[in-house]
Ligand binder design. Sequence first.
Ligand code: ZN
Length: 181
Amino acid sequence: MRTFENLDKLTILHYPNPILKKASAPVEEFGEELVQLSQRMLELMKQEPGIGLAAPQVGILIRLFVCNVTGEPDDDLVFVNPRFTELTGAVDCEEGCLSVPGVNVTKRRASHAVIEAMDATGRPFQMSGIDLLARVWQHETDHLDGRLISDTMSTADEIVNRRAIKQLKEEYAGGRPAPRG
Ligand code: ZN
């Protein structure tokens, strides 16, 4: 069983950290370690606050993401080795990302999704979601394949986000926040 040490020290990686571009590996072992990791990721996500967080965003390259689109504790969801069995409809909406702070990109996503996955203990389940929930699942699954919202921007979005992208690059290069203003 792989152990995820120093869960307290987990932080959210920012663009352009190259780890965010890597594809994640399927999870093969389940159990308490994965449950602990999922709980810690939900905490980090809510602190930001955000509505979804994928394991590669905290530097762990496994196919796992968490989400909660309502903020209610009962709506915490953990998806391991997720796979879409249906993606239908198409809707454009602005999206942000905890790994690309300050950047908003209009993305076309399926409006209805059916997803199959396992929970952190390895129990398989299937869920159907629409609108925001379906969108979060697609956004987080992109992370598992090394894709970010900033990878494919329209010219208009590139212009709007140019300054924020430049600042993120400077912060990454310098290892500290660049002066703002
Ligand atoms: Zn994201």
